[in-house]
Design a protein around this ligand. Structure first.
Ligand SMILES: O=C(O)CCC(=O)C(=O)O
Ligand SMILES: [Fe+2]
Length: 265
């Protein structure tokens, strides 16, 4: 993993709210990740979140055709856990976010199949069970991501304006612009990537993706990270009902079995 982040890259991340790192994974690392993901997705069947006793996925005619989505693969696959708790990644996250320690919030594979629907504009952090202006996601391209097959687009600087209001990823591509009219004049930056490249984005950076207009899948592996010391905001998100029942708003989310520390596990 190419986790060396220069001062210029860190500055650009803080200014724009995103950063693309070329050749983040070597070919052999990417193959290792693809194999681990495909084994885990098979093992999970229709379970959406690995290692949880949540009900199987409910079918949704629109969202099922945005992508194949499976979360928290790290919980049942040691290879995925190794990637997202890598000490070099901890250093990169520190350089980008300025935080001392980061924990995995959740990983997810997002695979836009042939002719898949677009991903509506949204912010990540407002969905999660903590609020932080330092939260970050990594999006790793497992296939080339192009304008034709649904690469990501980012709204530069949107992380500086965003609060924790959000819109849902439903059929309305532009719901987020009703919540944040200030975003309407920002020009989106497409993030075309070669397989193995990765993009980092702040948890409050607006992003979306286009339709897959090709007969091939556009696969990605992603992971959201939570600064250590973040506290519960009352939203369940991917936490189990049992765990949520033990939490009060304001309690620190520091269970290593649910949110391992990057670089320490
Ligand atoms: O892959 C996509 O289309 C969406 C990705 C995304 O929203 C994310 O990684 O946070
Ligand atoms: Fe997202």
């Amino acid at each position: 993993m190419n986790t060396d982040i220069s001062d210029t890259q860190a500055k650009s991340y803080r200014e724009n709210g995103f950063l693309i790192v070329r050749n983040f994974l070597s070919d052999s690392e990417r193959q290792e990740m693809i194999t681990a993901i495909s084994d885990t997705v098979k093992e999970m069947g229709k379970q959406r979140i690995a290692g949880s006793n949540a009900a199987e996925i409910e079918e949704d005619d629109y969202y099922d055709h945005v992508f194949l989505q499976r979360l928290n693969l790290w919980k049942i696959n040691p290879t995925i856990k190794k990637f997202f708790t890598d000490p070099g990644l901890a250093t990169a996250l520190h350089k980008l976010c300025g935080t001392e320690k980061m924990r995995i919030w959740h990983d997810q594979t997002l695979q836009k199949m042939a002719w898949a629907n677009p991903t509506s504009w949204h912010l990540d952090n407002p969905y999660w069970s903590f609020h932080s202006r330092q939260a970050i996601s990594i999006w790793i391209a497992l296939d080339d991501a192009t304008l034709q097959n649904g690469c990501l687009y980012y709204l530069p600087g949107s992380h500086k304006i965003a609060t924790f209001e959000n819109s849902s990823i439903d059929q309305n591509m532009a719901g987020l612009f009703e919540v944040y009219p200030e975003f309407k004049t920002i020009e989106a930056v497409p993030a075309e990537m070669k397989a193995g490249d990765a993009g980092f984005h702040n948890g409050l950076t607006a992003h979306g993706a286009g339709t897959n207009m090709t007969p091939y899948p556009r696969r990605a592996m992603t992971c959201g990270f939570m600064p250590d010391g973040s506290t519960f905001n009352g939203q369940e998100n991917i936490l189990s009902k049992e765990y949520c029942a033990t939490l009060k708003i304001g309690d620190p989310l520091q269970d290593d079995a649910q949110n391992p520390v990057v670089g320490e596990s």
